[in-house]
Design a binder for this molecule. Sequence first.
Ligand code: ZN
Ligand code: ZN
Length: 287
Amino acid sequence: MTFRTASAYNVDMMTRRYYTRSNVHSHTTFADGRDTAEEMVRAALALGFHTLGFSEHGHADYDDNSMTLAEEGEYRSEIRRLKEKYEGRLNILLGYEHDWLSPANVSEYEYYIESVHYVDRDGALFCVDNTREKLVNAARTLYGGDMYALCRDYFRTVCESIQGTGAAIIGHIELVMKFNEARDLFDDADPRYLGPALACAEVAARSGRLVEINSGAISRGYRTQPYPSAAMLRRVAECGGRIIFTSDCHNSDYLDCNFDQSAELARACGFRTAWEYRGPEAVEYRL
Ligand SMILES: [Zn+2]
Ligand SMILES: [Zn+2]
């Protein structure tokens, strides 16, 4: 990945509204999205996007929401067809969201997002973003009900993934908060949580990779705020990290979901710039 600084601001000077015309974290009917890849392309064009990156869930044999290896082949063919069909109108990128615990062959993709959805507890895998009930059940059966111990293992896994990956983008580094916006499962200000969370933010920042501010849980009705939290983002900013806004959209209505809010959060946490991934380069712009 190469890095470049843009001269233009991504702000509409009339309305002072922030905008980005790009999203590189998108899902389709090839996995757990609602719309076909071409429907997503048409929605991106209607929004005036310059770049749309597809990042379908790469095969993981423990994950029903991921593509099979055969589906991966069909997915690649379809995205390549769309790249050709819309060439000159939209920069379409063939990407992949890789789950850290799955063996990966990423050589066929233009970029990928490294994400942790599953954690290995002594050989037992559990998912942190499937349902709230499954998360609670994992804490009960694998950690004796200790959510903080679960979160510590989650952040340890995220740190391992960041240190071991070659991905351009680090996906949703605080996914464990997906079902806990009301803080009724655990308190994210508790040092038992905050310690590992901030250490993880530091590892993400120092990796030099693009760290997502992800609004996917908003469009799916789980949250009202993007994540990671302000506390984690402040640490990313202090450590000189790079951020990218993504909608992690599973539905073409939400391609640019709450990017204004993500930008506001970033500014409040000390960021003066953000990045767009245009494959293979990343472009920095003022917030
Ligand atoms: Zn994900
Ligand atoms: Zn995703």
